[in-house]
Write a protein that binds this ligand. Sequence first.
Ligand code: SF4
Ligand code: ZN
Length: 311
Amino acid sequence: MIKKIENKTVVDYRPPKAEMDPHRPHFFLNEPEKQADGNIKSVNTIFLTNRECPFKCVMCDLWRHTLDEPTPKGAIPAQIEFALDRLPNAPVVKLYNSGNFFDGKAIPRDDYHDIARLLANAEHVIVENHPKLIGPFIPEFRNLLNGSFEIALGLESIHPVVMPKLNKQITRENFSEAVRFLESHGISSRAFILLNPPFLKGVEENKRWCLESVKFAFECGVSACSIIPTRDGNGIMEKLREQGEFEPPTLSALESVFEKALSLNRGRVFCDLWDLNRFLDCEKCIDKRKERLKMMNLSQEVLPKIRCNCN
Ligand code: SF4
Ligand SMILES: [Zn+2]
C-alpha cells in the first residue's frame, strides 16, 4: 500500500529505461496547429533526448526516453539539426525535452547560441518548462531568437488535495507567477492540464476539476491549454490504479470536457490524441471520434457529435 508519495517512491516502481543516444532526438513530427493569430500553420515538433527531469511527478512517464547523466555539450544542436534536415520547412518549431528546457543539465546553456542559430528561420518557438524554473536565462534565450517565444507549463490540476499529491511541487501561485513573469518579458505561455489525475475519483468530479483547471490557466493569462488524458504505464500509476487511487478517463469524458473548454471561448484548447485507443469505450465509432477530435483541435470549434449505438 502506497502511503506517502516521495521522489523515491515514484522511482522505486519504475520499469527499466530505454537506451538512448544523446546525439539523436527521441522522435520528431510535423503537423498543423492553429496559432494565437487564428492562422493554421505547419509545426515541427522535435522530442529531444536529454538528462532526466529532476522532478518526479507521480503521473509522469517522460523519463523513459531520457539520459541519467547531464546532456553533453553540442548534443542538443546536433539533434535539432538531424531532425530539421528530415522535416519539411515550418514556421513554428516546438522543442519538447521530456522535462524542462531551462534545466541547464538537460539543455546546456552553452548551447543556446547554436540552438538559436538553427531556429533562425522560425517565426515562433515553443519549449516546455517547469513553472518554478524561471529566471534571467529565459529572456536571455528569447533575445537570441528572431521570432516570438512561448513556454508550455504543466499546471496539471488545481484540485486542492490532488495538486500537492502529484509531487510536482507547485502551487497555483507558482503557476500564476510564472505566467506573469513570462508575460512581462513578452513571452506567451500554454498550460498542460490532466483529465483524471491520480487521487481524484468519479467521472463528473474529474470533468469538473479539469475544466476548473482550464479556467484557472486562462485567468492567469495563458494563450492555450492542452488537455491530457492521464495514462498509466510508469509503474506507480498501475499500483495506484490497483489501489483504486487512479481511474483512467473514458473517451466520452475527454470529448465532453474538450467541448466545454472550447465553448469557454477564452483561448485555444487542444486535446492530446496520442494513444487514444487505450481510452476506447466503443470499437465501432473510435476512428470517427478520433477524426472529430483532430478536426476540433485544428478548427477550434465544437463539431457535431458522432452518432452511434453507444450514445
Ligand atoms: S516536471 Fe514534467 S517532466 Fe518533470 S517529472 Fe513532472 S511531468 Fe515529468
Ligand atoms: Zn460507438
